[in-house]
Design a protein around this ligand. Structure first.
Ligand code: 5FX
Length: 539
């Protein structure tokens, strides 16, 4: 998409920018003080920066486990994006504050001396030229990398086990989490580690470009590293030591996600016409930024129904577990958010549709309408491929007496799948400390969110109203909202006060009066059956 300038806000009214350094593209959105989107633009890495030869923004190495992106591609994308914005006539002197997000977990290694370079960026040259020697590692590990299994085991052993590590950092050790990636770099390429004066996340790297100096890692994105104690919001000594020597100095001090880190560097003032007083609000991870973009509130749950189903939760009393992640909350410093990923989402729904309703969504929906809540006691687990939450595989069906059965009638099969998926989503959310409270809303997004009958089951299982919203630009929009909020956060104004003018999501389903009773029982039964599946030897 080329740049689009939309609205007719007063020509000199303030603007707020949100950037999103995601896996495949760099995006920006500009909003005015009334939260109207006035401009958006993007740079696609594969097609617009073909010299970096990425596919989907990354390089998958021959071992299939190592996945990296060239740091200079991200820098060049920013040059290109800012040129496009200026070219589109956007008056960047109106920008009061900017913030942004980055794909979570990816790391950037700044070469010794880079902070001096960042301070003296000459506005006649582009960032890509100026910073070409500023990185000790050219190819940054990104979230798709899974090459640090050994380092994960070492970290868990040092912390006293996976449960203890999850309790401290919000997650057991994951290969993509930055601490394990840093440990791997230190073990395999010690010189490059030694030559790095600073290590950033993709988010804080991007903020550093705007600041002309190193930006702090924010609490929320910092929670995706297996290094931050999510309760004290300080680096965990045990984790730092287990990963690499002298790491604290290289990471800097983490900061609240709502902090104003400073003003844009003079480079942006002279080259692009930004105002000297334009504030840079801490950048954060794409998932935390999406939570802000969706304006999730305490008790809310966002369900993205795609190839895999992802859940975002606002959590007040977290109980980190071996599955899922707890992060510091990006908009309310004392609270938390949780993220859960379920691999068997749309593809499994499509398979069951093909096998039971002749490939028709209409007949699939009719099957849901015609079968009762609770499915007459029939229940099913459909893990076509190895599930993440919980780690189980295979299809397991049970009748009302908990006897295993090899098939259900077509209608019962459809309902068993959809109920089973949503009961599982609720069960695992509650295990991480989530609870449904009065006023809880379920915000549904993604492909399957256009199916009303599927959303009715979602509403019944969570015993809460379901709303739909478009999540596609939510990280970017959330970053623009966060930029606006950052300016007033210190004076105690809440994020919700700032975003209350944003359009409301659309109500699409409310729970059936018997739903609470039916699914409360099913949750307990599902948990017991899931446990028995996990005990079985894998096929
Ligand atoms: C979350 O833990 C992830 O790894 C992904 O959602 C990345 O943030 C995608 F950018």
């Amino acid at each position: 998409m080329s740049g689009r300038t939309m609205a007719a806000a007063a020509p000199d009214s303030p603007l707020y920018l949100g950037f999103d350094f995601s896996t495949q593209q760099l995006k920006v959105v500009a909003i005015d003080g009334n939260l109207n989107v006035v401009h958006q633009d993007n740079v696609q890495f594969d097609s617009e920066l073909p010299e970096f030869r990425t596919q989907g923004g990354v390089h998958i190495h021959t071992d299939r486990l190592t996945v990296t992106s060239p740091v200079l591609m991200w820098v060049k994308a920013l040059d290109l994006l800012l040129d496009k914005m200026k070219g589109a006539g956007l008056d960047l002197s109106r920008v009061r504050a900017l913030s942004g997000s980055g794909q979570q977990h990816g790391s950037v290694f700044w070469r010794t001396g880079a902070s001096e370079t960042l301070k003296q960026l000459h506005p006649d040259q582009d960032l890509h030229q100026l910073l070409q020697d500023s990185f000790s590692v050219a190819d940054c590990p990104v979230w798709m990398d899974s090459s640090s299994r050994q380092q994960c085991e070492e970290l868990q052993a040092a912390a006293g086990g996976a449960v203890v590590l999850a309790h401290i950092t919000g997650s057991r050790a994951y290969e993509r989490f930055t601490g394990n990636q840093i440990a791997k770099l230190h073990q395999s390429r010690a010189d490059e580690y030694q030559n790095s004066e600073r290590i950033s996340l993709v988010s804080s790297f991007a903020a550093s470009l705007f600041l002309g100096g190193y930006a702090a890692i924010d609490y929320s994105d910092g929670s995706g590293m297996n290094l931050l104690d999510i309760r004290t919001r300080t680096w965990s000594e045990i984790c730092l030591e287990a990963c690499a020597p002298d790491l604290e100095r290289r990471l800097g001090t983490p900061q609240p996600s709502t902090s104003v880190l400073g003003s844009v560097s003079s480079y942006f003032v002279h080259r692009y016409g930004f105002s000297e007083s334009c504030s840079v609000v801490a950048f954060t991870g794409d998932n935390p930024a999406s939570l802000a973009g969706m304006r999730l509130q305490p008790g809310d749950i966002a369900v993205s129904l795609g190839t895999s189903d992802t859940l975002f939760l606002w959590v007040q009393q977290p109980r980190p577990a071996l599955e899922g992640h707890v992060f510091c909350n990006p908009v309310e410093q004392r609270e938390f958010m949780a993220l859960l990923c379920f691999k068997n989402g749309s593809l499994t729904r499509e398979r069951i549709r093909n096998e039971n309703t002749g490939g028709s969504w209409e007949l699939f929906s009719a099957a849901l309408r015609e079968t009762p809540l609770g499915n007459n006691g029939n229940i099913g687990f459909y893990f076509d491929s190895m599930e993440i939450t919980p780690p189980a595989v295979g299809v397991h069906r049970f009748d009302r007496e908990d006897n295993r059965v090899s098939c259900l009638g077509p209608g019962a099969e459809v309902r068993a799948l959809v109920e089973g998926q949503f009961v599982s989503r609720r069960l695992h959310a509650e295990r991480l400390g989530y609870s449904i409270i009065p006023g809880t809303r379920v915000l549904a997004t993604g492909g399957a969110s256009c199916n009303k009958e599927i959303l009715q089951v979602l509403s019944d299982v969570f015993n809460a109203p379901v709303y739909t919203m478009d999540l596609s630009g939510s990280a970017c929009l959330g970053s623009a909202y966060r930029a606006l909020h950052g300016l007033v956060a210190e004076s105690g104004v809440s994020f919700f006060d700032v975003v209350k003018k944003a359009p409301e999501p659309k109500l699409v389903a409310t729970p059936h009066p018997t739903a609470q009773q039916v699914y409360q029982q099913m949750l307990q039964r599902y948990a017991r059956l899931e446990e028995s599946i996990l005990q079985e030897p894998r096929p």
